[in-house]
Design a binder for this molecule. Structure first.
Ligand code: ADP
Ligand code: MG
Length: 360
């Protein structure tokens, strides 16, 4: 590759930027497009060492890549977010080809393509989140509408029973009143959950406060305990002292835990060993991780991710919204939730929450 007039003319026909350097990286040639992209005159380049002309090559990984291409005689092709000498930045597609006399470097501005690809990905993510939220929104609105009435009626019946029992002073009546108190509490709680769910899905907002993660887990554990006992499932807790405080809406995170624990119990229905391990640990980025692992059959051969799809259920009569809602809740907190198969055979669900600071 020389610098004769004819070759130089041919190089101008290449629509990409083109630089040719000798084995010492001295610039022998650069074409008009290459100069136009760099916004610099030809005299800046010819006869000078590439790193001196374009210092940003040295501070980026590009120098090492070019040196390797020259030495190993291997073609290279990379996309790189490049800072020009005048401070502009562009996404470049850069290719290097080793030739007998040195290295031919082609470069092309792909900022526009990169931008459209990013915008597309963002639009798709928003669309997916949007459709999930609106499916959830419809579901939540329908559920709270349909359930509010029977729940309120049940609350009224409980109140009536308590009134009827009030004049009766024997021990069994007192026990019955205590049970009715608990039933009333459960109903208020159900109404509260529906209310919060509806408010959350419509506004997409959570009431994140500094909360004791161990208390949240203990409360969720108490609520599923009757079911766990009935099904012969043992729940073990491994709670890390360094993962004590979180920034979270306690009721919503309890819902996530209850969903995960219930799924685990349901999955282990036919398992010989029925055990759930709930563990906490500090995670990177000032987060806290909670994992729920079971000794059930695991998630099968399909990609674990599919269990989060709305209305995906393998259960007869299953709604398939538990995990979808759980993901929406965790993501609204700024966390993530993933499903995995445990090496021991069961399923593991892990989610993260922002760590909180211990209150004074
Ligand atoms: N611990 C688990 N072990 C095995 N499969 C699970 C587990 N948790 C969830 N799944 C799968 O994910 C599906 C979706 O769960 P979910 O969204 O809670 O809906 P539902 O419980 O109504 O089916 C379940 O039907 C089941 O196939
Ligand atoms: Mg479920």
């Amino acid at each position: 590759m020389g610098t004769g007039d004819q070759e130089r003319e041919l190089l101008q026909l290449i629509s990409e930027g083109f630089i040719f350097v000798d084995p010492d990286f001295r610039v022998l040639e650069i074409n008009a497009e290459g100069l136009r992209m760099a916004r610099r005159p030809r005299s800046d380049f010819i006869g000078r060492i590439l790193w001196d002309v374009a210092p940003h090559l040295r501070t980026s990984a590009l120098e090492a890549i070019f040196v390797k291409a020259m030495r190993d005689r291997q073609p290279v092709s990379i996309e790189h977010f490049y800072t020009w000498t005048d401070g502009r930045q562009s996404w470049l597609e850069i290719r290097g080809h080793r030739t007998a006399g040195g290295l031919a470097i082609f470069y092309r501005d792909i900022s526009q393509q990169k931008k459209s690809a990013e915008e597309l990905a963002r639009a798709q993510a928003e669309l997916m989140h949007g459709s999930r939220v609106s499916a959830m929104g419809t579901m939540a609105a329908t559920l709270s509408h349909e359930l509010a009435q029977p729940l309120t009626a049940a609350g009224n019946y409980i109140e009536t029973c308590r009134k009827l029992l009030r004049p009766i002073a024997d021990e069994r009546a007192r026990e019955a009143r205590r049970a009715l108190d608990q039933a009333g509490g459960s109903i208020r709680r159900a109404i509260d959950i529906l209310e919060r769910l509806r408010a959350f899905v419509s506004k997409g907002r959570t009431k994140a406060e500094t909360n004791d993660l161990r208390a949240i887990i203990a409360d969720a554990g108490v609520l599923v305990l009757p079911l766990a006992q009935r099904e012969g499932v043992e729940i073990r807790f491994h709670l890390d002292d360094k993962a004590h405080w979180v920034r979270a809406d306690a009721v919503q995170i309890q819902q996530v835990l209850i969903n995960l624990i219930r799924n685990a119990i349901e999955a282990m229905r036919d398992s010989a060993r029925k055990r759930i391990a709930i563990a906490t640990s500090p995670a990177s980025g000032n987060m806290v991780e909670v994992s729920v692992e079971d000794s059930g059959p695991g998630l099968g051969d399909a990609a674990p991710e599919t269990v989060f799809a709305p209305f995906h259920s393998s259960k007869p009569g299953g709604l398939g919204v538990g995990l979808s809602i759980s993901r929406t809740i965790v993501e609204a907190h700024g966390g993530t939730i993933v499903a995995e198969n445990s090496p021991k055979g069961g399923a593991v669900f892990r989610f993260t929450l922002p760590a909180g600071r211990k209150p004074d």
